[in-house]
Design a protein around this ligand. Structure first.
Ligand code: E4P
Length: 238
């Protein structure tokens, strides 16, 4: 499963990239608005850092506007994937942009029928929002299971991009269901590394090692202790 980072914050991405697990990024108008500044420059910087798919969302609401804006976003960098909101206008825009070879991520997907339509109009990615479904007492992960099944049935090349991820369990379940991508906030990616037994285990290994070294040093320093030289083994190789 690919990991995308869901952020418009360049320094967050700079910290994550060296970990070697980030395959792409997703942004949205809310995330970019939070950063301020020139969104095109930010997107360019993100593309340079990630060197994988970087979703940039249109804000137009009609298909011709989405297509115009999508082409302009795609011209920022070869890694840009144009994000269009699901809907009738989004479907038309997705078809047109995909036919021109521009990759599209259909976002704000909340039902299996919406995901099916996204695949039919040539989306490279469909983004079901699991956290926002959980927020209204509907299982986001059940939706992922259904979409994975539908796409597998017809071998649609559209990738299932699990979005609105809130915690590591979403990631685990997405991976078990065979979702293609999980896009996560930086703090969720960071939490995937953590386990208290890893920390206490490492602390014990290091403490045992230090103790053994200290014992060894004491033996070497003790007067009359048998050293390799005293035993006549200097220079011996085994
Ligand atoms: C994905 O592409 C969206 O930007 C994002 O996952 C939305 O997440 P939220 O529901 O936490 O805002």
């Amino acid at each position: 499963m690919k990991f995308f980072v869901d952020t418009g914050n360049v320094s967050e991405i700079e910290k994550l990239v060296p970990l070697g697990i980030i395959d792409g990024a997703t942004t949205n108008p809310s995330l970019l608005a939070k950063e301020g500044g020139d969104h095109r420059k930010i997107l360019k910087q993100i593309c340079r850092l990630i060197r994988g798919p970087v979703s940039a969302e249109v804000v137009a609401t009609d298909a011709p506007g989405m297509i115009r804006e999508g082409k302009s976003l795609a011209s920022i960098d070869e890694h840009i994937v144009v994000k269009v909101p699901f809907g009738r206008e989004g479907a038309k825009a997705c078809r047109a942009l995909s036919d021109e070879g521009i990759r599209v991520n259909v976002t704000l997907v909340f039902s299996p029928t919406q995901a099916l339509i996204a695949a039919k109009v040539g989306a490279a990615f469909a983004s079901p929002f699991v956290g926002r479904l959980d927020d209204i007492a509907t299982s986001g992960m059940d939706l992922i299971e259904q979409i994975v099944e539908i796409y597998d049935n017809y071998e649609y090349p559209t990738e299932v991009l699990v979005a609105s991820v809130r915690h590591p369990l979403h990631v685990v379940e997405a991976a078990r269901m065979g979702a293609d991508v999980c896009t996560c906030p930086a703090k969720v990616i960071d939490s995937l590394f953590n386990h208290p037994l890893t920390d206490t285990g490492l602390a014990r290994f290091l403490a045992d090692w230090e103790n053994a070294q200290a014992e060894l040093a004491k033996t070497r320093k003790a007067p009359g202790a048998a050293t390799p030289a005293a035993r006549g083994t200097r220079g011996r190789r085994r």
